[in-house]
Design a protein around this ligand. Structure first.
Ligand SMILES: *[C@@H]1O[C@H](CO)[C@@H](O)[C@H](O)[C@H]1NC(C)=O
Ligand SMILES: *[C@@H]1O[C@H](CO)[C@@H](O)[C@H](O)[C@H]1NC(C)=O
Length: 509
């Protein structure tokens, strides 16, 4: 439920690519192109991991697959399932450098309309803190998105601890609750900032202060580049997101309570972000395993949602490309193959699962200890959260951060934000499914091309390096020109290493 508004663009590029009805010649050409592209990707990643290996040899050596692992596949050791990856003593580092000065912009103001779901807004707001600093502006507490898919009317202070936000960032930027009354009637410079902009873009915009006292920002998501920003700006983003943007006390306290209840049930738990919700399936055009009626319902929803540009999607191709959220059944097979026993406690961090029990059953038949927030909290406790999707998403966020293992079924905004935060807090285990590889293996299994006994080995091999161990953030895929290249970068908040996560040698703070 947490990702909405603009969805992640990697999906839409590919979806657009697949959206035309091809002639036989075009299909052959397309298949050839995909093949050639795969080789380029393969070469790129091989090269890239070699580069990483030279820079930080020890990070990668521990995760080499060896004979002993092969033998222990079937009885995966407890530690392998639950322990955080070895973190080599890296630690958070978010203090400003000696050069850093607070922005005191006392008579210039920036108002912001934040857009998207909870996690898109949180990262967007953190970026706006950094932008206000670059612009030397006083930031007015942002307005939240009330028009997005989930129609949540919550205000900033309903979701976040507003005073704490203002106080925590006092040494960085001035933040006020409201625009001073005398400025309300003044004309504002209304800006739609370019996506993924650097510091020079914003420094040029300070020219606006000559004519205006207030800049209004129409959208807050992905307005700031992931990379090539000054260290102090990157660290400010981390201070904003990981320290200042705390949830409101009522949300924090219920979140903590639910974590305690989970712990009292089974000790350890997996938080599964099962992004198998109607909007996501409709948007991605993924209908694998659904009935004709369901597929049709999703298609109609996509047709009728104006801001989703891609309408015709071939579900088979989408799935084969690794662009679909894993189904509840696929997640069940995946977790069993990794070696999690059927008794494992799994918290579902998600909204309403599409098709309800009919689809969920294929997960719960493998893992009977699946719990939803409705089973953990009393009706009374949840009453205040009803019809406030962002607030329930915040509960899911807290429970996901605190979990022993976090598994997202799709790489959306929540998955990325939680993964990054867990990296920041000490590289807690996050297993990112290799969806493209997995569906290939599942299909082979279904077609009898693969022995069931080989599954576990294959799945482990595929995910040995996808457990959330420390590594530097990935840059853009090379060879992609222009702005498109930014879309291929790993997001700053998905992995704030190296700016906000340091080795002991560097800036011990
Ligand atoms: C920031 O704004 C304040 C007050 O508006 C001004 O005194 C200061 O010089 C500005 N700083 C920079 C770096 O422009
Ligand atoms: C979808 O793509 C698959 C594989 O490329 C193809 O076999 C199938 O006919 C396509 N379906 C439609 C409805 O175009």
């Amino acid at each position: 439920m947490v990702n909405r508004g603009t969805y992640h663009s990697r999906t839409s590029i590919t979806a657009r690519f697949f959206s035309r009805k091809p002639s036989p010649f075009a299909s052959t050409l397309q298949i050839f192109c995909i093949f050639a592209f795969s080789i380029v990707l393969f070469l790129f990643y091989t090269r890239n991991s070699l580069e990483d290996e030279q820079k930080q040899p020890y990070f990668f050596k521990q995760s080499q697959f060896n004979e002993a692992d092969l033998l222990s596949d079937m009885q995966t050791s407890d530690g392998k399932l639950w322990d955080a990856p070895f973190s080599y003593g890296v630690h958070p580092c978010i203090k400003p450098t000696a050069k850093f000065k607070a922005a005191m912009g006392s008579d210039h103001y920036m108002t912001v309309r934040s857009n998207g779901g909870l996690n898109q807004m949180r990262t967007g707001i953190s970026d706006m803190v950094a932008v206000a600093h670059i612009l030397n502006a006083t930031l007015v507490i942002p307005q939240l998105d009330k028009r997005s898919f989930w129609h949540d009317s919550s205000t900033f202070s309903d979701i976040f601890d507003e005073l704490y936000f203002i106080e925590t960032l006092r040494g960085d930027v001035q933040i006020v609750k409201e625009l001073p009354r005398e400025l309300e009637a003044l004309p504002r410079a209304r800006k739609h900032f370019s996506s993924w902009s650097g510091v020079s873009y914003y420094e040029e915009l300070t020219q606006l202060w000559k004519d205006y006292q207030v800049i209004h920002v129409a959208k807050s998501d992905s307005r700031l580049a992931n990379n090539d920003l000054p260290l102090d700006i990157q660290r400010l983003r981390c201070r904003a997101l990981y320290h200042a943007l705390r949830f409101a006390p009522s949300i924090e306290s219920l979140g903590k309570k639910l974590v305690e209840r989970l712990r009292s049930r089974g000790g350890r738990y997996i938080a599964l972000h099962l992004r198998y919700e109607k909007d996501m399936l409709s948007y991605t055009g993924c209908t694998y395993g659904l009935s004709d009626t369901e597929s049709e319902e999703l298609r109609i929803m996509r047709e009728n949602t104006k801001h989703w540009k891609v309408k015709k999607i071939n579900s088979t191709e989408q799935r084969a490309g690794g662009l679909c959220p894993l189904t509840p059944k696929e997640v069940g097979i995946f977790l069993r193959a990794l070696g999690y026993p059927p008794s494992t406690l799994i918290y579902i961090a998600a909204g309403e699962i599409y098709g309800g029990n009919t689809h969920l059953m294929e997960l719960t038949s493998r893992f009977p200890n699946v719990v939803f927030k409705e089973a953990l909290a009393t009706q009374e406790e949840l009453r205040a959260f009803a019809n406030h999707a962002s607030q329930t998403a915040a509960l899911d966020y807290i429970i996901s951060i605190e979990s022993d293992v976090f598994v997202p079924s799709y790489s959306g905004n929540m998955a990325r934000a939680v993964e990054g935060h867990r990296r920041f807090l000490g590289h807690h285990k996050t297993i990112s499914p290799d969806r493209k590889g997995l569906v290939e293996v599942f299909d082979m299994l279904e077609n009898g091309q693969l022995e069931e006994s080989m599954l576990s080995h294959l799945v482990w091999q595929m995910h040995e390096d996808r457990q959330g161990a420390p590594r530097e953030r990935r840059g853009p895929i090379q060879g992609i020109k222009g702005r498109g290249r930014f879309r291929t970068e790993e997001a700053f908040y998905e992995n704030p290493y190296p700016e906000c996560i340091c080795t002991s040698k560097r800036h011990f703070e």
